[in-house]
Design a protein around this ligand. Structure first.
Ligand SMILES: Nc1ncnc2c1ncn2[C@@H]1O[C@H](COP(=O)(O)OP(=O)(O)O)[C@@H](O)[C@H]1O
Ligand SMILES: [Mg+2]
Length: 388
């Protein structure tokens, strides 16, 4: 009895309720020279209730267009969008629910705070003019609740223009939240803040999203932000989603050179697959730095030209070969060193290749000195050679 109810409970925890489904979305713009721009190409994803889903990619890859399509500010030429099972857009049936009927909350890069209003009024105004008829008291209560959530309750009466960038950002968020949106859409909301404030707001945003279980779509070109905030990340390139996975998987097991390069810092080492039949499933690659044993490979066969990706923090350096461990031990000379405070970046020259190792700042090997490094095969990934 007890067991079956426990297993039912476990099952319930794993059943995710999908709030947003985007299927085969395609958009088209006609630019100034009458050329068609396909900004979003076959974009598909699901966002479960209470989760934060990020669209990550370089400028111009179609993130904003995708978000605006969800908001109803763009009309795609193909695909469908459903929210809680209800179709809000479908190209084939000509369904298009206008943006004001979608009941989403939005915060864009420019917060568009209403300058002639107080902090309180900025939040209460959307409720006052909204379709729901609320009493003054209800409005007061709702507004103060969101202002408390974003830490602005103590300056509710302040003129909205007399606030710092971070406070304006929180006000923009509060104004979106007060409408109790089914879905929160955030387009680079932290990009106007300086680095320190951005880090702080990143924590706050994460805490708030998790606490209030806000189903959120987050758009950014900042890979650190994406790794820090997301339950799942979709990396976009030229309008398409090229990889969709939780942050750690995106970082540890990128499926292409593009993703490995865009997310984090990595070393790329060119090579040719020598054997694929190692007992532990490992692969051996002849490379520019020597023979490398690799535990992860994306569809590679013997003879294939591959690129090995290894992250600089996974290179363990030492002054002696013995201390370096096995099987992937390489010898080189220190080319340059850059002290970064928390870490020390060594550029190590092995044959004609320079590799980057990010090590603890206590390492003292001088420039020009002999150095060894090892790297766990589990931290090496062989990717098909392609132009990045
Ligand atoms: N209103 C528009 N008219 C024509 N082209 C556009 C328009 N908006 C965006 N684009 C183009 O669509 C592509 C994707 O843009 P966008 O979605 O803004 O990318 P991102 O948000 O990832 O930087 C880019 O090539 C951009 O130049
Ligand atoms: Mg954009």
């Amino acid at each position: 009895m007890a067991e079956s109810s426990a297993s039912r409970r476990a099952e319930a925890e794993y059943t995710e309720i999908i709030v947003l489904n985007v299927q085969g979305l395609n958009t088209e713009y006609v630019d100034g020279h009458n050329v068609r721009v396909r900004a979003a190409r076959d974009v598909s994803f699901d966002v479960p209730e209470g989760k934060l889903f990020t669209l990550l990619g370089p400028s111009g890859c179609g993130k904003t267009t995708t978000l605006r399509s969800i908001a109803g500010l763009e009309r795609p030429v193909g695909g469908s969008i459903t929210v809680n099972g209800l179709t809000i857009f479908a190209a084939n049936t000509n369904t298009f629910v206008p943006p004001n009927k979608r009941q989403f909350g939005m915060v864009f890069q420019s917060y568009a705070i209403w300058p002639h209003m107080s902090v309180f009024k900025n939040c209460s105004f959307p409720l006052e003019v909204g379709t729901k008829k609320l009493s003054k008291r209800d409005i007061q209560e709702k507004v103060m609740r969101v202002l408390t959530a974003v830490g602005l309750d103590h300056i509710a009466e302040r003129d909205a223009t007399k606030m710092s960038g971070g406070q304006q950002q929180r006000l923009a968020l509060a104004r979106a939240l007060v409408m109790e949106p089914k879905l929160l859409l955030l387009d680079e909301p932290l990009s106007n803040l300086d680095a320190k404030l951005r880090d702080k707001m990143r924590f706050e945003l994460k805490r708030m999203q998790r606490e209030l279980r806000l189903t959120t779509i987050y758009v950014t070109h900042d890979q650190e932000e994406a790794l820090a905030l997301s339950h799942e990340i979709a990396v976009m390139r030229e309008g398409r989603i090229v990889q969709k996975a939780p942050p750690r998987e995106i970082y540890d097991l990128p499926n292409s050179k593009f993703v490995a390069d865009f997310v984090g810092t990595t070393n790329f080492i060119e090579g040719t697959v020598r054997s694929c039949d190692q007992p532990d499933g490992h692969m051996v690659v002849d490379s520019a730095i020597g023979v490398v044993t690799v535990a992860n490979a994306i569809s590679c066969r013997v003879g294939d030209k591959v690129t090995i990706s290894m992250r600089p923090e996974n290179l363990l350096v030492s002054d002696t070969r013995e201390a370096a461990g096995s099987p992937n031990v390489f010898e080189g000379t220190v080319f340059t060193k850059v002290f970064l405070g928390e870490t020390l970046d060594f550029q190590i020259k092995v044959n004609e290749q320079v590799v980057l190792a990010r090590v603890h700042p206590t390492h003292k090997t001088p420039v020009g000195g002999q150095i060894f490094f090892s790297v766990d095969p589990a931290c090496c990934i062989a990717l098909r050679s392609e132009a990045v």
